[in-house]
Design a protein around this ligand. Structure first.
Ligand code: AGP
Length: 593
């Protein structure tokens, strides 16, 4: 995934674009660049490395009011200068930034651009030269629409033309693109959080749209060139508060926001003790014969709890699918399944691809997401907001607990049973507050002990095993320590061979029925040299346990045990001086297959 920003107006385009790219850096940070209009010619500044480096190499000596910028998460081609965006066409007329993937770019090169020179390995450079190719036969917006008609894949494009420099052309298909209006200019970006503070209204591009943007005029067309009236919405940017405040990292800020997020969810979805969910959504689930969760990463691990809730509370058979596995496989479906996609960003391409496949087959689609204006939300029949506000750190934290909270409420609504869920969720938010303060010294101490490990294993059974999946992902993705999660009974079937003297094995114990067996499994590992640690619920704890968590409802324990593990991952990565919010090789939302 990448981030793109463009501005045209009376203000300084350079600062607006650079600030916008900083806000989008979470989407990818391998390289970055921008093109700025200097009188009648666009100047390009780009290189591998972070936005801070781009700020250093950009020329500040001229006034500029039009520009486009890009921050890249490498898909096609190495991380280097040539593959950085913007890309320029052979005749130096068109300049482009691109977010997405063009699947047929090699064929287009052969079919249309065999006499063109290419300086990068990117699919994006093919687009800008295809536009040049068609511009020799038609006007620019027709050339862009013609090029679009040849592209297969996902793309959000910003294009500028050295022969007509007072225009920014935008193109959108599958990857997000949002237009923001302020009194003195137009900003276009991958995400609202890239907008300058004075943007007061916005709209979200639909797929297969092209826009011609001038300082005081916005024209939107479909692929055929028919004009489309944009529906603007008012924007209150303070909702997108993305400052770190007094925190060193977004991750710690977002870990510590979790109690407020849960309370916000309770306020939104409860009226007294009744869950407030669209009755049509409840009917759709009750009319299904199976629930299929589809997600990736943290959202997939959260969906395991969704399965637990719907099977235990509603008696509905439920299965959790890895989205990328469903792209190319077609598991046996029941007659009336319903699909619930869980996604913080709502832009995960693996999920979008699967969503479109099953929507085309006529199945009902629900999205549980933190991005209610996202592509996935757009394709869904029903959308439930997890109300976590913007999550910047690449390592998801608050979206995990928020997704579980919303799924628990949805299951309660579908079951129509009287439960103590509202109080139990309130208790969880309180306990997380206690954990954040009271257990921090113990967590830091444990982090110091395990920070230099070669490998680390989380073990548990059932709910605790699923929480361990998320705990392991947190730890590995920011500490870079090879960390895995195992059902504690599975360890002896092979993995225990990996245990060496001092290998940390961390048991998560929150369920009464598996307390002693997990402890036995941990002892088996310790007998072979492992250094065992126990994270346990107070009511099940032994005095020697390393981290003891105050009690919460047994079916909500991952919402608290995972917070300990989020903090553990944070402090291990901190002690290792890793880039916590932007870990290597990762991006916040993965919009490639
Ligand atoms: C988790 O910390 C990672 N950021 C990653 O696994 C993420 O959960 C996954 O890419 C899914 O993202 P989504 O929730 O936005 O769909």
């Amino acid at each position: 995934m990448c981030g793109i920003v463009g501005y045209i107006g009376v203000k300084d385009a350079r600062s607006i674009i650079l600030e916008g790219l900083k806000a989008l850096e979470y989407r990818g940070y391998d390289s970055s660049g921008l093109a700025l209009l200097d009188k009648n010619e666009f100047k390009i500044y780009k290189d591998k490395g972070r936005i801070a480096h781009l700020c250093e190499i950009t020329d500040y000596s001229f006034e500029t009011h039009v520009g486009i910028g890009h921050t890249r998460w490498a898909t096609h081609g190495m991380v280097n200068y040539d593959n950085s965006h913007p890309h320029i066409s052979n005749n130096k007329r068109f300049i482009l930034v691109h977010n997405g993937i063009i699947e047929n770019y090699r064929k287009l090169k052969i079919d249309y651009l065999s006499d063109y020179n290419f300086y990068s390995e990117t699919d994006s450079e093919v687009i800008v030269n295809l536009i040049e190719f068609y511009s020799k036969k038609m006007c620019t917006d027709s050339a862009i629409r013609k090029a679009m008609s040849k592209l297969e894949g996902s793309y959000a494009l910003l294009i500028v033309d050295n022969e007509n420099p007072d225009v920014i052309y935008c193109v959108k298909n599958k990857t997000p693109l949002i237009l923001g209006m302020s009194n003195d200019g137009v900003t276009i970006a991958s995400d609202i959080i890239a907008f300058p503070k004075d943007v007061n209204k916005y709209f979200i591009f639909e797929d297969q749209r092209i826009a011609i943007i001038k300082q005081n005029d916005v024209k939107i067309m479909d692929l055929m060139g028919f004009e489309i009236k944009p529906e603007f919405k008012d924007l209150k940017l303070d909702e997108y508060n993305i400052s770190k405040g007094n925190y060193d990292h977004y991750m710690l800020k977002e870990i510590e926001e979790q109690p407020d997020v849960i309370r916000r969810i309770i306020t939104k979805y409860f009226d007294d003790d009744n869950a407030v969910i669209d009755y049509k959504l409840i009917d759709a689930i009750n009319n299904s014969d199976k629930i299929n969760f589809v997600a990736c990463g943290t959202s997939l691990y959260a969906s395991f709890m969704g399965k637990y809730f719907f099977e235990k509370l509603c008696g509905i058979p439920t299965e959790c699918f890895v989205a990328s596995e469903l792209v190319y496989s077609n598991p046996l479906m029941t007659k009336k399944p319903i699909f619930i996609f869980v996604s913080q960003s709502g832009e995960t391409l693996d999920c979008i691809t699967v969503m479109k496949k099953y929507k085309q087959q006529g199945f009902k689609i629900i999205s549980i997401t933190n991005s209610v204006e996202s592509t996935m939300a757009h394709y869904s029949d029903f959308v439930l907001d997890i109300c976590a506000n913007t999550e910047i750190s690449v390592a998801s934290t608050k979206s995990y607990t928020a997704s579980i909270a919303v799924m628990s409420i949805l299951a309660k609504a579908v079951s129509n049973k009287k439960t103590n869920l509202k109080n139990n969720l309130n208790r969880v938010s309180q306990v997380i507050e206690d954990i954040i303060v009271d257990l921090k010294p113990l967590v830091k101490d444990m982090a110091k002990k395990i920070q230099n490990s070669k490998a680390i294993f989380y073990i548990g059974r059932g709910i605790d095993y699923w929480a361990g999946d998320e705990a392991a992902l947190k730890l590995k993705e920011i500490s870079y320590i090879n960390t895995d999660s195992y059902s504690s009974g599975e360890l002896k079937h092979g993995t225990i061979a990996l245990i060496e003297d001092g290998t940390p094995v961390i048991a998560i114990i929150t369920q009464e029925g598996t307390n002693s067996i997990i402890r036995s499994n941990l002892a088996e590992a310790e007998a072979r040299g492992a250094k065992g640690y126990v994270i346990s619920l107070e009511s099940l704890a032994y005095s020697k346990d390393d981290i003891i968590i105050p009690n919460v409802a047994h079916y909500l324990t991952p919402m608290v045990s995972v917070v300990v593990c989020q903090m553990l991952a944070y402090y291990v990565a901190l002690y290792k001086n890793n880039d916590i919010d932007k870990p290597k090789n990762l991006a916040k939302s993965v919009t490639v297959e």
